[in-house]
Design a protein around this ligand. Structure first.
Ligand SMILES: *Cc1c(COP(=O)(O)O)cnc(C)c1O
Length: 400
């Protein structure tokens, strides 16, 4: 199914993707590409991955019909939630981290490094490293460490070393730079574990494949119950991994509409947003060519979102490609719309969604009244909202 699909041998999805890294990393990326190619067809590797996904991480995740949510919106359609929020460490991120962790073991690596913004990816990496007995170093902007101290404590409890990056104002961009610097110096024994469908080839392809277990399960679950495909797939887009994981197994099913929802922030016109696909221009960031939020001089723009996981100036190259080809649509919702969606799902279904996932829900709420009888919509509930409680409470109090 995948062989005639993108990317090409050099990692290009149309004009997006590729490898924009220091020369010294090229052999490591080649080694990784080859190891991944082998692992993909190795039944022992796949069996071990699926065993751990089931027993340690909690797959398959349920596909839950949100009847109250749909009814309250006056929707005639059936709206389903893919419950990635029920996974170990609270989000879909673990699917990819487990896959790459096992691959690193197979490659004989002893050490794993990663960068993290809000700390969610860092926590997933630290958990997998503990379980696989790997040394673990997480780079995190110093400002992010202060803002996200519970996640720093979690990573440390799981045995990871958390290294501050970029001084007082350091955020994800500085953490990415530090992680690349480390990798250049340690590439023989170290695997760099990227957290989304971003970075140089083969990461966007490999992370997509590890996450596409989401879409494969949805396809199977709908086939078993209703013997049909969905009409809409809706997911939030930060780097783009949960969306790619849901979309990918349906890319060739032309009747299935796919919508990625970005962070419109406070107001897209004000510049305080992270709507990369909606507002970005082509550029190079994080080792690949994709759409990118940049200022007039081509510097990476400051981005903003109420949800830390969507607060990223770039986006995976395959999304830029799907947008350009028209196969997927991308839109953005505001911070305040995401907050309303958190409250609405909590009250109607007893599920507190992550602020990231709430962007997909907020768009679904706008779409719902126009849907037809019997249509099937699947929304990816990428994570749970416990981590966001502080922000949610502050914002709601601000309103009262
Ligand atoms: C990290 C995160 C995201 C954004 O990452 P993608 O790569 O775009 O999926 C979305 N939802 C949750 C819950 C996250 O933790």
């Amino acid at each position: 199914m995948t062989d005639d699909m993108v990317p090409d041998e050099k990692g290009y999805f149309g004009s997006f993707g590729g490898r924009f890294v220091p020369e010294i990393l090229a052999p490591a990326l080649d080694e990784l590409t080859e190891a991944y190619r082998q692992a993909k067809k190795d039944p022992d590797f796949q069996r071990e991955l699926y065993r751990l996904l089931a027993e340690w991480a909690g797959r398959p995740t349920p596909l839950y019909e949100a009847v109250n949510f749909a009814e309250k919106l006056g929707s005639k359609a059936r709206i389903f939630l893919k419950r990635e929020d029920l996974l170990h460490t609270g989000a879909h991120k673990i699917n990819n981290v487990l896959g790459q962790g096992l691959l690193a073991v197979k490659m004989g690596k002893k050490r794993i490094i990663a960068e993290t913004g809000a700390g969610q990816h860092g926590v997933a990496v630290a958990a997998v490293c503990a379980m696989l007995k790997m040394e673990c170093v997480i780079y995190m902007g110093e400002k992010d460490m202060a803002r996200q101290s519970p996640n720093v404590a979690r990573m440390q409890l799981l045995g990871a070393e958390v290294k501050p990056a970029g001084g007082e104002n350091g955020t994800l961009k500085e953490a990415v730079n530090e992680a690349f610097r480390d990798w250049v110096a340690s590439v023989r024994e170290t695997h760099y574990l990227l957290g989304s469908v971003v970075g140089p080839h083969p990461f966007p392809m490999m992370v997509r494949d590890f996450q596409s277990v989401i879409g494969r399960e949805v396809k199977e679950q709908l086939k078993t119950r209703y013997n049909r495909l969905p009409d809409y797939l809706i997911a939030c887009v930060g780097g783009g991994s949960n969306a790619m994981g849901l979309f990918y197994p349906f890319v060739k099913e032309q009747t299935v509409k796919m919508v990625g929802v970005e962070a419109g922030g406070q107001d897209p016109a004000s510049g305080r947003h992270a709507a990369t696909l909606s507002m970005g221009r082509p550029g190079v960031f994080h080792g690949a060519r994709s759409l990118l939020l940049q200022d007039a001089d081509g510097n990476i723009a400051e981005v903003h979102s109420i949800s830390a996981g969507l607060d990223y100036p770039g986006v995976g190259p395959e999304h830029s490609y799907l947008k350009e080809s028209g196969r997927a649509d991308y839109t953005a919702v505001l911070d305040k719309e995401a907050l309303q969606a958190v409250e609405f799902l909590s009250l109607t279904e007893g599920i507190i969604p992550a602020l990231e996932s709430a962007h997909a829900l907020a768009y679904t709420m706008k779409l719902a009244p126009s849907l037809k009888e019997g249509q099937i919509v699947v929304v990816n509930l990428s994570g749970r909202g416990d981590k966001d409680l502080e922000i949610i409470r502050e914002q709601m109090e601000g309103k009262r």
